[in-house]
Design a protein around this ligand. Structure first.
Ligand code: CA
Length: 240
């Protein structure tokens, strides 16, 4: 669909593999052997998770859009996704809080470096790491101060100037819920030299309204609808 940036979520298996999956619990979107494809993903090994079918749930939930081929889809590792699309797009990689265990940030940095996103590489400018978890972002910042980071903001949490200044200590932008974005928030973020890229905007009229407020990108399920609007109206980053 021509998207310029891929947004993805990270989970980690019990044996420390990073996989690209939204939910920390497998039940909603995985099908397969119960011992391998239900419960918290961080209690299972990568070999177990490899046995799961990650497409059938979609066919069950959206019969009008179902395709038997989706049942062949598995849960990919971050390394596989970076290898497939790494040269073509930019990345918004979201670290998730683990239910148990730790080490996601170290594993992410190792995967990025193995894929060529090293501190000196020009390609590294195509990476943004985001999280709702401030401590995760501060860990990434300590490991790799060159990486661009974005603080995800929950719906209804309106960061004030003090909070935005604190975010600017480690991050380059905020990712707020689009319903919270108004002129005052964009201005306050700009005063803290933070970009504003709202999630998840699927109606073109809403996209236009946000772009006119001066946001720096749009996270959407419909990149084909967003692309022509973003190309025409995206604001330059603050303090660049
Ligand atoms: Ca996400």
């Amino acid at each position: 669909m021509g998207a310029e940036v891929l947004e993805l979520d990270l989970q980690m298996t019990a044996d420390g593999a990073l996989v690209v999956l939204h939910d920390p619990i497998l039940n909603r979107t995985a099908r397969g052997p119960e011992e391998s494809c239900t419960g918290p993903i961080d209690a299972l090994t990568l070999d177990q998770v490899r046995t799961c079918d990650a497409g059938s749930w979609f066919n069950e939930a959206f019969p009008d859009l179902a395709d038997p081929a989706f049942a062949e889809l598995g849960i990919p590792t971050l390394d596989e996704v970076l290898a497939r699309y790494g040269d073509d797009v930019s990345w918004y990689i979201e670290t998730k809080k683990l239910l148990a265990g730790e080490g996601m940030e170290e594993a992410l940095v190792a995967s990025l470096e193995a894929a060529g996103f090293t501190p000196d590489a020009e390609a590294t400018q195509r990476i943004i790491v985001q999280s709702f978890d401030e401590s995760s972002l501060r860990t990434v910042h300590a490991l790799r101060p060159d990486l661009s980071l974005a603080q995800l903001i929950s719906l209804g949490e309106r960061p004030d100037a003090q909070r935005l200044d604190a975010i600017a200590e480690y991050a380059d932008g905020i990712t707020p819920n689009w319903l919270d974005v108004d002129e005052a928030l964009v201005a306050a973020a700009g005063d803290a030299c933070l970009t504003v890229i709202p999630y998840t905007v699927d109606e073109p009229s809403d996209m236009v309204g946000l772009l006119e407020l001066g946001v720096h990108g749009i996270i959407t399920n419909h990149p084909d609808l967003a692309l022509p609007l973003v190309a025409e109206r995206t604001a330059a980053p603050p303090c660049a």
